[in-house]
Write a protein that binds this ligand. Structure first.
Ligand code: KIV
Ligand code: NA
Length: 267
């Protein structure tokens, strides 16, 4: 009963098997997803939004993410745990990337890291892989660049942008990335990239042609803040409603005196 490795994920692509990936940010939910057989868990910098309540992923730090990684690693025995390198922790140089990634492996216990960007971050990917750190790449709508994009919009639309996305994916594979996440890109483009790469692609809003699919677990389970979910989200449960209901009933029973009942008491 060993952990999934990047080799297992490569073999899955070679066999034409699709696999799921979810984010996780704590021990309890990581345990549940591990028990559900989700082979890859990402401690995403989306923790900025869903754990810390920031508007974007830009402000979240390594020190904020590391404790979450530890919890997820302790909650899993099968899943490969990938830690997201936050904004500002790898862009400066391959050496900076190495120092940041090493913290997630040494102090966090993660088995791999993820970073955002195309050919521009290939030197970082090469340095990490050269040091024995598996790297998941992430292209398309890369939320750490929201200020450069001017909002969250579809990426890789049009021939030139599609061509650039393909070139980025190839450069990242060449640098040694074990998988490439594509976020919010047209399905045809994601399918073309998936066919062109020998390493697996992981889609989020990138259509059914990818080798794997990832969602933020709160989106997957219907535990959202305000607003309507992105088009690519499917809510497989209504956990927000279930929790609100449970908290409301707990409150009602405390107020009425129905809880605790005799069976909850110590004599
Ligand atoms: O931070 C995150 O949750 C991610 C995935 C959605 C790919 O990067
Ligand atoms: Na992320």
């Amino acid at each position: 009963n060993r952990r999934i490795t990047i080799r297992d994920l490569q073999l899955a692509k070679d066999r034409g098997e699709r696999w799921p990936m979810l984010t996780a940010y704590d021990y309890s939910t990581a345990r549940v997803f591990d028990e559900a057989g989700v082979p890859v868990l990402l401690v995403g910098d989306s923790a900025a939004n869903v754990v810390y309540g920031y508007d974007t992923t830009v402000p979240v730090t390594i020190d904020e993410l590391l404790p979450l990684v530890r919890g997820v690693v302790r909650g899993t025995s099968r899943a490969l745990v990938v830690a997201d390198l936050p904004f500002g922790s790898y862009q400066a140089s391959p050496q900076q990337a190495l120092e940041s990634a090493a913290r997630f492996l040494k102090e966090g216990g993660a088995q791999a890291v993820k970073l955002e960007g195309g050919a521009r971050v290939a030197p970082q990917v090469e340095a990490l892989v050269g040091a024995g750190i598996p790297v998941m790449a992430h292209i398309g709508l890369t939320p750490q660049s929201v200020n450069a994009f001017g909002g969250y919009r579809v990426q890789g639309r049009g021939d030139e942008a599609a061509h650039r996305l393909l070139q980025d994916a190839k450069a990242l594979q060449q640098a040694g990335a074990f998988a490439v996440v594509m976020e919010v890109v047209p399905s045809e483009v994601a399918t073309e990239v998936t066919r062109a790469l020998h390493v697996p692609t992981v889609g989020i809003g990138a259509g059914p042609g990818c080798d794997a699919q990832v969602l933020v677990w709160q989106d997957m389970a219907g535990l959202r803040g305000g607003g309507k979910p992105a088009k690519f989200v499917k809510e497989f449960a209504a956990v927000g409603d279930v929790l609100r209901d449970a908290a409301t009933r707990f409150g009602d029973e405390v107020r009425s005196g129905a809880y605790p009942a005799p069976e909850h008491e110590y004599s």
